[in-house]
Design a protein around this ligand. Sequence first.
Ligand SMILES: [Zn+2]
Length: 491
Amino acid sequence: MNTIHIPTPLRPFTDKKESVEVSGGTVGELLADLTRRYDGLRKHLYTDEGKLRNFVNVYLNDEDIRYLQREQTPVKPGDSLSIVPSVAGGAPTVTTPPEAEKASARAVPDLSQDEIKRYSRHLIMPEVGMDGQRKLKAGSVLCIGAGGLGSPAAMYLAAAGLGRIGIVDFDVVDFSNLQRQLLHGTPDVGRSKLDSARDRLRTLNPHVHVDTYDTSLSSENALELFEPYDVILDGTDNFPTRYLVNDACVLSGKPNAYGSIFRFEGQASVFAARNGPCYRCLYPEPPPPGLVPSCAEGGVLGVLPGIIGVIQATETIKLILGVGEPLIGRFLVYDALRMRFRELKLRKDPECPVCGTNRTVTKLIDYEQFCGLRPASEVQAGAPADDWEITATELKRRLDAGDDLLILDVREPNEYQINRIAGSTLIPLGELPRRYQELDPSREIITQCKVGARSARAAEFLHSVGFTKVKNLRGGIVEWIDQVDPSQPKY
Ligand SMILES: [Zn+2]
C-alpha cells in the first residue's frame, strides 16, 4: 500500500481526506487507483486527453516525478505521493497539542461588528471561521523582545486579532535597529522600544490588548511573566536568555515558538516539552562564549527576521487555533542566499537535563554563568580591572604622549571599513590563533573591537600564548567615538 497526500483545495473531492491509501506498481497506477476511488478528482488532475494537468505537480517522496520517470516511475511499498497544485502546497495533518487545548477550552468572547468586518478574510476560511477568530481573541502570546523577530511577529499577530500581546524589552530604539525592526520608525529613535511598539500595534489594531514589561527577562521574573500567556515567542538574540526562555517554558508547560537569525540563515521550531523536544534536547549546552557571534557582531540581512518572525507568528496562531501540523519535533532551517528551506527531524532526548526522565534542572538557574559569560571585569580572574583594561581617554592620552602602542583591531574587515582608530592593525578574532605570530610580543598591545567583548577574548588568548603586555580597550570603538573621536560613524 502507498499513501497519496491530498492538498487542501482537492480535499472536497476525497471526502475531506488528507491522505488516501492506494496500491499500484508505478506513480501512474497509484494515481489511477486514486481517481477510481474518487471520480470527481479526475477532471482536476487530468486533461480530456488523459494527460496530467500542467499546474499539478506530483512528488514521489521528496522528488518531483518530472525528474524521475514521470508516471512510469516505479514505486516501492511505503513510498508516498504528494499532489502539489500551483495554488497550494504541503499536506497538513491536524494534531492539537495539549497546551493549545487549554486556550481552546476557555470561554471565548464574541466579536463586535467592527471586528467581524476587520477579520472577514479569516472568517470565511473553514480553518478559522467565527469560532477560530474568537479563540484568537481569547488567546495570548508573550514576545520576548521587540526587536528583529518580535517586530514582524507582534505586528502580524496584532493584525490577525490575537487578543493579548505581551512584550518584554528594556531597550531604546537606535538608528541601527531600523533596517529590520519594523515596529519602530525613524521618529522613534531614542524612545523606549516598548512605547514605540505599543503605539504601532495600537494603530494596527485597537482591539488588541498590549501588555508591556519594561524589564530584562531573568530567572527571578520569567515564570511569573509567562504565567498568563498561552504561547511564548522567543525573539531573543543571546544564549543566556534563550536557555532561560526554554527552561521557563518547560517548567511552566508553555509552548515556545522559537526563531533565530544570523546573516542569511534563519531557524524556527516549536518547542513543546510535554509532547515534543525542547531546545536543550537539541543543544544540551551552549557554545563556548565567542564561538557563535551575535547579530550585533556578525550582522543580519534585514529581511531575514521578517521571514522567521512571521513563521513564529504562524505557529503561534496554529497553536491557539489548534489547527494544522505544528512545527513540533521539526527544525526548520532557512537559507536566504540559496532560497532554500530544509527540515530536520528533532527527537526528544531522554537524557535532556530539563525535560528528560532524570532531569537535573528543576528550577531556573544562573544563565549568564551557565553560558560562560561573566562581567568583563572578571575575565581575567584575580587581576584588577585597571591592570588589563584601558579606557578610551587614557588610550588617547598615551597616544598623544607618543607611547609605542600597537592597537590590535579584532573585528571583521567590513566593520573596519566603517570606522577605525588611526594606525590600528586588523586581525579578526577568528584568525588570531593562526596569525598571532605576526605580532611583536615585546610591544604593548591594546586589543579593540566594537564594544569590548571580542577584544577581551583576544586579550585573554594573547595572554594564554605568552603575551604579557596586553590591554583591552574598554567599550571598544563605540566608546572611543563617544569620548575621543565623534567625527567617525557608529554602527
Ligand atoms: Zn529537552
